[in-house]
Design a binder for this molecule. Structure first.
Ligand SMILES: [Fe+2]
Ligand SMILES: [Fe+2]
Length: 174
């Protein structure tokens, strides 16, 4: 969130002192037009992004133990994408005057491999449903930027859903 830090050089004392001013959008008004409902939805999104980034990363570790290395790498890649989603949504929420949650939604790594994939399909379906809801809420509050952020994220969640469902199909044929 480097964009929120403003560095000022104070030359009045000739020592080149650098003062760091934290631009807190919560104190600057202007962005208080966002409803609590939309902020809560963004926090629900952050909670589930943090959930799945841990869920998929730990699944990546467990898939490595069996003969599925290629699949295991894909789990890690998706975990990293989910963490980037969390970052993006948290930045937006902060800008809108909210405080990002640190609590993930319940993490369901799963035991048996195909049980893991079922958990992941479920998580992606939940994301898709929640993000469509957020797009509608953003529209209702005339907030095209939030809508745009979720359009981009939603496209990736659909790719993840497609990956997990195809993986399940392939698994069944074996
Ligand atoms: Fe995500
Ligand atoms: Fe996803």
């Amino acid at each position: 969130m480097g964009g929120h830090v403003i560095l000022r050089t104070d030359r009045s004392e000739g020592r080149g002192k650098v003062a760091v001013a934290y631009r807190d959008p919560h104190k600057h008004g202007g962005m208080n037009l966002t409803s609590q409902k939309l902020k809560d939805l963004l926090n629900a999104a952050i909670a589930r992004e943090v959930q799945v980034s841990v869920q998929y990363m730990w699944q990546h570790v467990q898939w490595m133990g069996v003969d599925h290395y290629a699949v295991s790498d894909k789990f890690r890649d998706i975990a990293v994408e989910e963490m980037k989603h969390a970052e993006k949504i948290a930045e937006r929420l902060w800008y809108l005057g909210g405080v990002p949650t640190t609590k993930p939604a319940p993490i369901n790594v799963g035991g048996e491999l195909w049980e893991m994939v079922d958990n992941d399909i479920k998580a992606e379906l939940e994301a898709i449903s929640l993000y469509k809801k957020i797009e509608k809420a953003a529209d209702a509050e005339a907030d095209p930027t939030t809508r745009f952020i979720f359009e981009e994220i939603l496209e990736q969640e659909e790719d993840h859903h497609d990956f997990f469902t195809s993986l399940k199909e392939k698994g069944k044929k074996k």
